[in-house]
Design a protein around this ligand. Structure first.
Ligand code: GTB
Length: 218
């Protein structure tokens, strides 16, 4: 059965692959599973039909027969469990790869999201200039720790896994900030992951939405 995922009809990043549907495209490409994409507008996301799939009125969602999922991490975990290629067979290595998936969304992503909220939602507030360096330093703490753990390895724990996929996509959101360049092994880690053929196919697929002329950013 071909799954259907949802993505922004008009992504604010205009196809840079920063929205969370990109992770799902990438996971599906890694395992070689064909899929359909349904584009939804910001208005449609808040309608009851979409909220039945996603209680918070967001993308991405994943539908496969009777199964409907939301949360990119859960969707990728499901894909990784159903197919070979994203989680190791060895039980302990598998548990460690899943740990990195959680680390990406619950330890590394939160300070990065704080920066997004500050830049795009609080830029006009009187505290903005004071808060910006504090938020950046909290991100640096996580990047430094991750950089130390990665060292000169290609991937976080042995072979490329869903843990790397999630981590790389979380880190990529920092690209416009310039913070990644302070950690050359992390910048190289992202470049290595984004050089994977599956990433390139996924990136092209989400960019193709804009091929006929991007709609105005919302
Ligand atoms: N925890 C959920 C998950 O991992 O799936 C979070 C889902 C989520 O935040 N979805 C966002 C959304 O639907 C899109 S990814 N937002 C619309 C809304 O809440 O009304 C976040 C995102 C949006 C835009 C960019 N960008 O333009 O660069 C990057 C990331």
């Amino acid at each position: 059965m071909i799954p259907t995922i949802t993505a922004f009809e008009s992504s604010p990043d205009r196809g840079q692959g920063l929205a969370r549907d990109m992770r799902v495209h990438w996971a599906l490409e890694e395992v070689g599973q064909p899929y359909d994409v349904r584009l939804v507008s910001f208005k449609e996301m808040k309608q009851p039909a979409h909220r039945a799939l996603h209680p918070f009125g967001q993308i991405p969602t994943y539908e496969e027969g009777d199964l409907a999922l939301f949360e990119s991490g859960s969707i990728i975990f499901h894909i990784a469990q159903r197919h070979t290629g994203l989680l190791p067979d060895d039980a302990n290595a598998r548990a460690r790869a899943i740990t990195w998936m959680f680390a990406a969304v619950s330890t590394v992503e939160p300070p990065i999201l704080e920066l997004q909220t500050l830049k795009f939602g609080e830029g006009d507030k009187p505290w903005f200039e004071q808060r910006l360096p504090l938020v950046k330093d909290r991100i640096r703490d996580r990047l430094r720790e991750l950089s130390v753990r990665l060292g000169d390895s290609d991937w976080l724990d042995g072979a490329f896994s869903a843990g790397d996929l999630m981590m790389v996509h979380v880190l990529a959101r920092l690209r416009p900030s310039g913070l990644l360049e302070e950690y050359p092994n992390l910048a190289a880690y992202i470049a290595r992951a984004e050089a994977r053929p599956a990433f390139k196919r996924a990136f092209a697929a989400q960019l193709a939405v804009f091929a006929d002329g991007p709609k105005a950013a919302v």
